[in-house]
Design a protein around this ligand. Sequence first.
Ligand code: NDP
Length: 249
Amino acid sequence: MPDFRDNVAIVTGGSRGIGREICLKLAAGGATVLACARDADRLRETATAAADQQLPGRIVTQALDVTDSQIVEKWVEAMAEEFGRIDILVNNAGITADGLVMNMTDEQFDNVIQTNLKAVFLLTREVGKVMVRARRGRIINITSVSGIMGNPGQANYAASKAGVIGLTKSVAKELAKRGVTCNAVAPGFIKTDMTSVLSEKVKEGVRPLIPLQRFGEPEEVAAVVAFLASTEASYINGQIVVVDGGLHM
Ligand code: NDP
């Protein structure tokens, strides 16, 4: 388990699925985790789980929408002021609004781009200022194999996740000389609310394509994020780490 004592981490989308496990993993290493999501009640359950498990770190929650530029700016400023530092940023919040491209509405396209791509930019801009001042930081963006391979029915989602890959590499090149690294993790099919809505037919169609023959667990993504956030990953920058059981290779 990497040591995150004294570290302060921001995790977006910390209430459920992969983000929840990332929060718990970082708190297990001793971090103070500042977690956000829109649903305050679900978010508080993550903090309660950390307390129940008597983890050495703690989870501080804030209900907010990551697509709101002004709210994000104010929150990051307030957190930097209160905690004095932000060492780790995990841009995890994400949504899907699937549909075939010729039936896809403007709203479906825009909502997914706003949440999955624009918000990554907003958080990176605001937290980046704090990290550059400290000459230290780790930014980890959650992209997807859809952003690498494309996926029918996910033109909006795949475009947003491919955008995150371009953003990750640009930020990695811009901020490295100021002591900040930026990497991405690209999960394949992971068991969360996001994939639970898929029909059994779709799931059974995908499973044989995965060499490990199973969907991944959120913990298996969180473990990679924790590694990238740790001092052990000091020479890794601008990389896309695929966590998909071998689906894409
Ligand atoms: P879930 O749907 O389980 O959780 C999504 C999280 O994001 C929730 O905490 C949700 O909380 C939060 N969120 C969504 N929109 C916003 C918003 N506007 N502002 C703040 N928080 C928001 O998804 P997963 O855990 O499955 O996915 C996590 C990340 O991993 C996403 O980026 C996803 O694209 C990516 N991913 C997932 C894969 C999978 O198979 N599950 C595969 C590849 C990538 P709330 O709704 O309360 O706001």
